[in-house]
Ligand binder design. Structure first.
Ligand SMILES: Nc1nc2c(ncn2[C@@H]2O[C@H](COP(=O)(O)OP(=O)(O)OP(=O)(O)O)[C@@H](O)[C@H]2O)c(=O)[nH]1
Ligand SMILES: [Mg+2]
Ligand SMILES: [Zn+2]
Length: 417
């Protein structure tokens, strides 16, 4: 009753006023700039002025990922083009007619010369960084999350979720192996080019802004490597939200217990691993220490992965996980963040982590000021020799995302709290 009164009295948040355009964060090099600062790629190479040349900025960016120097059509600075030849859409410079009379809509980042997605500048760029030690389940989680966003979450929020860049590659690399063939994804390589995967999450209600989501699949083997992380630090610092993944099998105190309870049917069980706290130490060195107050206020969902494995810890009256735990229950948030469900899982996982890995929980509390705790199973069961024994049945995978949407002001909260 009191909850209901509180809810009625709670002031409705003011609807956000739409600015004329948005700053762009480059999804490749993570520099932040204004839509007016972009440059363009010529669409033709038919005379001296438009011949193919070495693109130094793009080549420098590629060098970070050990890729070759490249030749490309010339880059055009819009400042060299008369006003009447510049093309705008929704207050954003999107194209130009070059001095050879050809039109180009190939907008590039001024710093790395990679091509920007069409909606950049028109909708907010929301870079979601996914961090976590090697083999915690980052790649599988991204695959399962996108699959769920496209197939259920979008409908639950009267929206659509569409790949806007590298969509075909995403499907081939992430969705098909797991959802069509029931196999796992190879460990992500730290020298491989980081391909951002971009999606537009668009509400049918036109007064609500769409979100451009950029997901990064970093290599876990680099998470505790200084050189790799200093490269990633910029993207983490410029991200709108962080998904910090933690694998229960990498927590010392419960790892052995789960392994024993698994019995004969061991399935996958990673040998080498980094403890969750090691990842915070490297994040601290490379990014958090430079934030005001030595803390970050970027909304961070701390997500316990592979929650299906927690069944091997559950016992009635267990100190760890009870058989009626929220962790095993699939739930869907529809239209708003269900506060009851959210508070239950947040409380349970927060207490669980404090019990099984106090030092990690303390570090999270000390360095992340805007956070909540979740548990997901991207697959629903433990694969055996990299093969799934049954169909994928994700558990609560979109919940951290729904919470982030709420934190970023896109959706309301509801239910009695
Ligand atoms: N039981 C269970 N195992 C999972 C789940 N998700 C992933 N795994 C296991 O964890 C392994 C690693 O998953 P990945 O997604 O490749 O891990 P990653 O964090 O991307 O690893 P790196 O690329 O090396 O950093 C998979 O091969 C699966 O065996 C899950 O939901 N449940
Ligand atoms: Mg990976
Ligand atoms: Zn860039």
């Amino acid at each position: 009753m009191l909850g209901l009164i509180k809810k009625l009295l709670r002031p409705k948040p003011e609807p956000k006023k739409k600015p004329p355009f948005y700053s762009i964060v480059c999804p490749y090099c993570f520099q932040k700039f204004e839509p007016e600062d972009v440059v363009f790629r010529a669409t033709h190479t038919d005379d001296d002025m438009f011949s193919e040349v070495v693109d130094t900025k793009l080549s420098n960016w590629r060098k970070r990922y050990k890729m070759d120097e490249v030749y490309r059509p010339v880059v055009i600075d819009p400042n060299t083009i008369p006003d009447e030849n510049r093309k705008y859409s929704e207050n954003v410079l999107v194209g130009l007619v070059d001095n050879g009379g050809e039109t180009t809509y190939l907008r590039l980042c001024p710093d790395c010369h990679n091509e920007l997605p069409v909606s950049a500048g028109k909708v907010p760029s929301n870079i979601i960084s996914i961090v976590g030690a090697s083999q915690v389940g980052k790649s599988v989680f991204i695959a399962s999350l996108i699959h769920t966003l496209e197939n259920t979450t979008a409908a639950n929020f009267d929206a659509s979720c569409l790949a806007i860049m590298n969509g075909a590659r995403f499907k081939q690399r992430f969705l098909e192996p797991i959802f069509d063939r029931g196999t796992m994804i190879e460990a992500t390589n730290s020298v491989e080019k980081m391909e951002p995967y971009m999606f537009e999450f668009k509400f049918k209600d036109e007064s609500k802004e769409p979100l451009m989501l950029v997901f990064f699949d970093a290599a876990g083997e680099g998470m505790t490597n200084r050189e790799y992380l200093s490269l990633q630090a910029a993207h983490i610092r410029n991200s709108t939200a962080i998904l910090f993944l933690v694998d229960p099998l990498q927590i010392k105190t419960i790892r052995e217990k789960i392994r024993l309870n698994l019995g004969e049917d061991k399935g996958e069980f990673a040998g080498r691993y980094d403890e969750p706290k090691d990842v915070i130490s490297s994040l601290y060195e490379n990014f958090i220490a430079h934030e005001p107050g030595g803390k970050t206020d970027i909304p961070t969902a701390v997500v316990l992965t592979k929650s299906d494995m927690l069944q091997f810890l559950k016992e009635d009256n267990s100190d760890y996980i009870q058989s009626n735990s929220n962790v095993f229950r699939t739930i869907a948030h529809k239209g708003y963040l269900d506060v009851n469900e959210f508070e239950n899982i947040n409380g349970e996982i927060s207490r669980f982590l404090a019990k099984v890995d106090g030092p990690f929980k303390n570090a999270v509390d000390a360095y992340f000021s805007n956070k909540a705790f979740f548990a997901v199973s991207a697959l629903g069961s433990n694969p055996d020799k990299s093969k799934l024994k049954s169909v994928v049945t994700p558990i609560r995978v979109d919940e951290p995302f729904v919470w982030l949407l709420h934190k970023l002001g896109y959706i309301d909260r509801g239910g009695v709290s």
